[in-house]
Design a protein around this ligand. Structure first.
Ligand code: UDP
Ligand code: MG
Length: 313
């Protein structure tokens, strides 16, 4: 019998744990000709999330729990979950029921037809702030403009992937993973499936602006070197402008036009503008270097403090 694995990260989600388990379980039970496992990752929550997961895991041996020593972030949590997948395919899904687990039935059908990555594309998003909708939309467009791989728009991490793809992702040692980008980058047979993103079942988003910016910069920096090329472009333009200014100043001097004191403001503007350009450029380069540094340190991406219902080989 084929086996489905479900990977669900959780961060301060005590209000949704039970609903998430029950709804997911109903779907899995309806797919009676498949075996299943649910891997919950507690990403360092200090509320009742872990206690509730432990209770569930005591009753249901198909539920496995990994608990991190602290908060390592959503991408690290999914990465850890994927390492423990034992099924023939894996569904990555948020726990807040914004991504309906019922979609698994249609996704499985597409998987059985030979598709290896079935990614869920948001047709609409309910109950999210205008700010989030706008920034998300902009992000996917900017990322696509900058990136060398074609990363599908309006697609999160909600997807069903074949065992083969899980193994490929697991073999990648890079840190600061931007999973939805990697899933496109690996290739294989990919197909979208559209859905309506629902409102959060309970609680608030665990992706504040700071985490969104980190995810966005990981996405852009790990999938593109174009920002560096843009810096080069701006550098050339600024050199060109400064040569033009120099010529202008020389001509003024030679022909004694005496108009340069009036140019003080324009010089100040030019100096501050290009100082700004340089600082931004250095910052961009340092973002790349910081990620290289992270990878050379070879520190683990996450630390697992506790495992439940998982036998080690
Ligand atoms: N999450 C996590 N670690 C974090 C932040 C979020 O494991 O540091 C989980 C969270 O519990 C949820 C999923 O990642 O299952 C998506 O988070 P959320 O729903 O808050 O993000 P949004 O849907 O608002 O973008
Ligand atoms: Mg959510």
């Amino acid at each position: 019998m084929k086996k489905i694995s479900i990977v669900i990260p959780m961060y301060y989600e005590e209000e949704v744990v039970n609903e998430c388990y029950i709804r997911t379980k109903v779907v899995l039970n309806s797919l009676s000709n498949y075996e299943h496992e649910i891997i919950f990752i507690n990403d360092g929550s200090k509320d009742k999330t872990l206690d509730l997961l432990e209770e569930i895991a005591k009753e249901d041996k198909n539920v496995k729990v990994l608990s991190f020593s602290r908060n390592f972030g959503h991408q690290a949590a999914v990465t850890a979950g994927l390492k423990y997948v034992t099924g023939d395919c894996a569904l990555i899904i948020d726990c807040d029921m914004q991504d309906p687990p019922e979609l698994l039935v249609d996704m499985l059908r597409l998987w059985e037809q030979g598709n290896e990555v079935i990614y869920a594309k948001r047709k609409s998003r309910k109950g999210e702030s205008k700010f989030k909708l706008l920034t998300a939309k902009m992000f996917y467009r900017i990322l696509n403009g900058l990136s060398d791989v074609d990363i599908p728009k309006d697609t999160g991490d909600f997807r069903l992937v074949d065992r083969k793809v899980v193994d490929t992702i697991n073999s990648m040692p890079e840190h600061n993973k931007f999973l939805r980008g990697l899933f496109s980058w690996v290739g294989y047979k990919q197909i979208p499936i559209e859905y309506e993103r629902q409102e959060r079942f309970a609680g608030k988003t665990k992706y504040p602006l700071k985490k969104m910016l980190k995810l966005a910069s990981d996405g852009i920096i790990s999938f593109s070197t174009k920002p560096l090329k843009i810096i080069g472009g701006i550098g050339f333009v600024s050199i060109f402008i400064s040569i033009a200014l120099l010529i202008y100043a020389l001509i003024s001097y030679i022909f004694n036009l005496n108009n340069l004191t009036a140019g003080w403001t324009s010089i100040m503007v030019a100096i501050t503008f290009f100082a700004g350009v340089q600082l931004v450029s250095i910052w961009m380069i340092s973002e790349y270097i910081a990620r290289i540094y992270d990878d050379t340190k070879k520190r683990p991406e996450y630390i697992i403090d506790k495992k439940i219902n998982i036998e080690e080989e």
